[in-house]
Design a protein around this ligand. Structure first.
Ligand code: 5GP
Ligand code: MN
Length: 341
């Protein structure tokens, strides 16, 4: 167990919140978008927002560049999300959630509208006409919850389910240090609104197919551990995925498994995009800041979950990321007095 840390308790009295409420009340037609390759926080935040806006009489389109991860298709409204590289037609405002830069949506044309930017990622570029940024939120879904309340929209089962989905997934099922007392206060209210946490967890985490399980096996069999035993390196290319009978989408969640080993403090996952280009995902425990590592390579994210895209020879890339993560662990160690995190 780690030493208890004083938790930051988030409040919901940001001035931007009232500005967003006013901006929404004065408009009718909305598009809701998030970053490309959306995750649980993207989908949960978007659909909680969409259901709440519709409940107060607004027209809403939900548009993403890429489909939701397959397990999330079981949640209300997810199969109806429009997948498109651009937004056509006339609308009054775009609400972008969970997205550090407008271009990361992968959806062109959003900048034609009044842009409301709601995010909790450090490094958000404040691309909106209103920018509400709260690094203290464990998930963007927490901020959406505050907004739903501020709009006096009902906390329907659909809204509550998506808020809970966002929080469950973006805290790595309550593993990351971004959790505050408010996180649980919001979850409590979603449960009171009827959310079944067992059903949500089963749908998110226990809906594997055989291809996915075999792919996990292949990737984990090839996992390497650094000489100190603290960092796991995993790798996947198109050939491995084909041979295992799985797809790239099937790797969602795989990255969290090595961290279940007590000694492993951090993981870096290289996924081939094409040729020498790789998507890099990192996860860490406690105060090891992989977000700072991702930033050095032009990416971003949070302290415990971050990513970037890099190009180069895989051996050299693995070596350089290993060095950077080792430095991040050393930095953490130099700050720790007392128990190991
Ligand atoms: P994942 O490893 O699941 O792709 O991403 C983990 C976290 O890092 C997410 O919060 C995601 O938004 C962020 N992230 C991943 N890749 C990038 C990137 O290329 N740029 C930025 N700014 N953030 C990223
Ligand atoms: Mn998030």
């Amino acid at each position: 167990m780690s030493t208890p840390q004083p938790s930051q308790t988030r409040t919901n009295n940001a001035p931007e919140l009232q500005q967003i409420v006013d901006a929404i009340r004065g408009r009718r037609r909305f598009v809701v978008s998030s970053h490309s390759r959306p995750d649980g926080d993207s989908i949960g935040s978007q659909l909680a927002m969409a259901y709440a806006l519709r409940a107060i009489g607004k027209e809403v389109r939900v548009i993403n560049a890429d489909p939701a991860p397959p397990p999330l298709m079981a949640f209300p409204g997810v199969p109806a999300i429009e997948i498109a590289a651009r937004v056509d037609g006339e609308l009054d405002a775009a609400i972008i959630m969970e997205c550090g830069e407008l271009t990361r949506t992968g959806v062109a044309g959003l900048d034609r509208f009044f842009v409301i930017n709601i995010d909790h990622h450090p490094g958000n570029t404040r691309y909106g006409q209103i920018n509400w940024f709260d690094a203290g939120a464990a998930a963007c879904g927490e901020m959406v919850f505050d907004l739903v309340r501020a709009l006096d929209a009902p906390l329907s089962l659909e809204v509550a389910t998506h808020v809970y989905l966002a929080i469950l997934t973006d805290t790595g099922s309550f593993h990351y240090s971004s959790i505050s007392p408010r996180t649980f206060d919001i979850c409590r209210q979603t449960l009171e609104a009827g959310v079944d946490p067992v059903l949500v967890a089963r749908n998110v985490y226990d809906s594997n197919n055989m291809g996915r399980l075999k792919l996990f096996g292949a990737v984990l069999s090839a996992m390497q551990i650094d000489p100190t035993g603290r960092i796991a390196i995993v790798y996947l290319d198109h050939e491995m995925a084909r041979a295992a009978g799985g797809t790239y989408e099937d790797t969602e969640g795989l990255i969290n498994l090595p961290l279940t080993v007590k000694e492993i403090q951090a993981i870096v996952f290289f996924k081939q995009v094409e040729g020498d280009q790789y998507r890099v995902s990192m996860r860490s425990k406690g105060d090891i800041d992989v977000g700072a590592v991702a930033k050095e390579f032009g990416g971003g994210g949070h302290k415990n979950a971050a990513g970037c895209t890099v190009t180069g020879a895989i051996d050299a890339l693995q070596k350089v990321f290993l060095e950077k993560i080792e430095q991040a662990i050393e930095l953490r160690d130099s700050r720790i007095v007392g128990m190991q995190k």
